[in-house]
Each structure stands twice: as structure tokens, then as C-alpha cells.
Design a protein around this ligand. Structure first.
Ligand SMILES: C[S@@+](CC[C@H](N)C(=O)[O-])C[C@H]1O[C@@H](n2cnc3c(N)ncnc32)[C@H](O)[C@@H]1O
Length: 240
């Protein structure tokens, strides 16, 4: 837990601020959920007893979408934050088929998680917090925990290959957050989230979509693809 304890995510107030403002901070969040559920229905629907794994689950928002689409599936949710695990338990209390694991993704990459055999592993806005070399370890670990033919999907931040593109993406992000503020009638401290995104250690861990897709291939995935990208937010994955 050492690495995680030094990050703002270990703080209860930070987790709470994220949950309250997530739909504004991540303007594409509902598009991601829509695509995730659509992907699930198309490629995994129609068979009972599917098993899913949500990495860096936060308050369980993404898993809830899948379980609503397929109440017969069972879900394992992993997060290092006790606050987030408690919130996810509360959100998913009406679904009996859930398991919660408090662990960092780095620990999970080292030790694995039993039993494996997941039909779909996914993550939203969490893996970019890992150092680049640890991402490869995690991608490989997830691959080994998928059922044959199972999928891994990551919905996450990435960086473009030039500063001028990054300036554009940050401006796009700011505009989208402003629109979401207007839609919701709520204000957030946009510039604070932008500063956090750009700040040294956080920014140094971000990678281009090209580098991330290569990492998936290196970790053994096939059918590697970027399914969607809008500015700095991308949804990509592969298959065991
Ligand atoms: C931006 S939130 C996203 C939460 C959720 N996936 C969603 O889409 O709403 C990032 C989540 O990753 C978790 N997290 C960050 N670094 C982590 C790490 N190294 N290991 C495990 N969880 C981590 C945080 O506690 C937080 O719940």
C-alpha cells in the first residue's frame, strides 16, 4: 500500500470530491459506460454466469452499468481506497453477486487474484496512475487472469505525442467540463483538476495511445484496438 498511501487517492476527502464531480471531470464517462455495456452485450451477452473484474473500481459506477445489463454476471471489484470500496459496496448492495478486494493495482500485478478465468476485465481512469513499467506487469497479469477468449478494456487518460496537441486537448477538456457544469448547474474547480493532470509525477506516468497499444501486444493480447478516443480520453483493449 506504500505507493498508494502517498497519493491523494488515499485521502477520504479527495475520493469524495472525485465521486461528487466525476461526471464533470471526466466528460466522456457516460460515453465510456455506454460503449462498455454495448461491447459487453455484443461480445459476451447471452451466456449465463459471466465473470467480470473492475480494476480501480471507485464507487462501482461502471460495474453497476454491467450488472444492470446482465444481473446474472458476477463481479470482483478492486480498489486501494477503503473509502471507495465502502461507496462501491453501498452502490451495489442490491446485487448479491459482488466481491470487493482492497488492494493496489501494483500488488495485484505481483500476486494475482484467485480465482481467475474472467470473461471481461476492465478499468476506468485508474491505470494511468501506475508507472509505465508497472502497467506492462499489470496488463500481463490481467491477461493471465482472463478466460480463453476473454477481453480486457481500459478507459483512461493518455497523452498525445506533441505539446501543441496537448494544449489543444487540455482546452477541449476545459470546454467540455464547462459544458457539463452548465448542464448540471454545478461548479467545480476545473483549473485545480487540470493542474493536477499536468503536474510532474502524475503527468510523467501518462503514455501515448500508441505506446499503450504496444504494451498490450507485448503482454500477449490479440485483436488489440482503440475503440474510441476523444482528446486525452481513450478506450482501448484486447483479447486473450
Ligand atoms: C478517477 S477514479 C476512477 C474510479 C472509477 N473507475 C470510475 O470510473 O468512476 C480512480 C480510482 O483508482 C483508484 N486508484 C488509484 N491508484 C490506485 C492504485 N495504485 N491501486 C488501486 N487503486 C488505485 C482510486 O482509489 C480511485 O478509486
Amino acid at each position: 500500500m506504500t505507493d498508494f498511501n502517498g497519493t491523494p487517492w488515499s485521502r477520504k476527502d479527495y475520493a469524495r470530491r472525485y465521486v461528487e464531480a466525476a461526471d464533470i471531470i471526466v466528460p466522456q464517462r457516460r460515453v465510456f459506460l455506454h460503449l462498455l455495456v454495448s461491447f459487453y452485450r455484443r461480445f459476451l451477452g447471452g451466456k449465463a454466469g459471466r465473470r467480470i473484474l473492475d480494476l480501480g473500481c471507485g464507487d462501482g459506477f461502471m460495474t453497476e452499468g454491467i450488472l444492470r445489463a446482465d444481473p446474472d454476471a458476477s463481479a470482483t471489484l478492486v480498489d486501494a481506497s477503503p473509502e471507495m470500496i465502502d461507496r462501491a459496496k453501498e452502490r451495489l448492495k442490491d446485487f448479491g453477486n459482488t466481491r470487493f478486494v482492497r488492494s493496489t493495482l501494483e500488488e495485484l500485478a505481483e500476486k494475482g487474484i484467485a480465482p481467475g478465468g474472467f470473461d471481461l476485465a476492465f478499468s476506468a481512469l485508474a491505470i494511468h496512475h501506475l508507472e509505465p513499467s508497472k502497467k506492462l506487469d499489470l496488463f500481463a497479469c490481467i491477461h493471465s487472469h482472463l478466460a480463453p477468449g476473454g477481453f480486457f478494456i481500459n478507459m483512461d487518460d493518455c497523452i498525445p505525442p506533441s505539446d501543441s496537441l496537448e494544449d489543444w486537448y487540455v482546452d477541449l477538456w476545459r470546454e467540455e467540463m464547462t459544458e457539463k457544469e452548465e448542464e448540471s448547474g454545478r461548479k467545480i474547480d476545473r483549473e485545480r483538476f487540470i493542474r493536477r493532470h499536468m503536474e510532474g509525477e502524475h503527468h510523467s506516468r501518462l503514455e501515448t495511445i500508441g505506446a499503450l497499444l504496444k504494451k498490450l501486444e507485448e503482454a500477449g493480447y490479440r485483436e488489440v484496438e482503440c475503440y474510441y478516443k476523444y482528446g486525452m480520453f481513450a478506450m482501448y483493449g484486447g483479447r486473450r
